[in-house]
Design a binder for this molecule. Structure first.
Ligand code: ZN
Length: 66
């Protein structure tokens, strides 16, 4: 479950509700309601499932190495 970090929006989304993509500054999804960028981090679980965890803000470590 993700929560839009735009405080005046605050909409909550399931992972299946949003499109996660990399616009060059790391993985993010745009809130379907207000369009705010919400950054996420990808995890690969032991059983091969891909999970995303929302970051509290924008990643500051520069471009992510793939
Ligand atoms: Zn929003």
């Amino acid at each position: 479950m993700f929560t839009c970090r735009n405080q005046s929006c605050g909409a909550r989304w399931e992972q299946s509700d949003v499109v996660i993509k990399n616009e060059g500054q790391g993985l993010l999804f745009r809130c379907p309601l207000c369009g705010a960028r919400n950054y996420v981090e990808r995890f690969d679980s032991d059983d091969g499932e891909v999970l995303y965890e929302q970051l509290p803000g924008r990643p500051d470590q520069g471009p992510m190495a793939e």
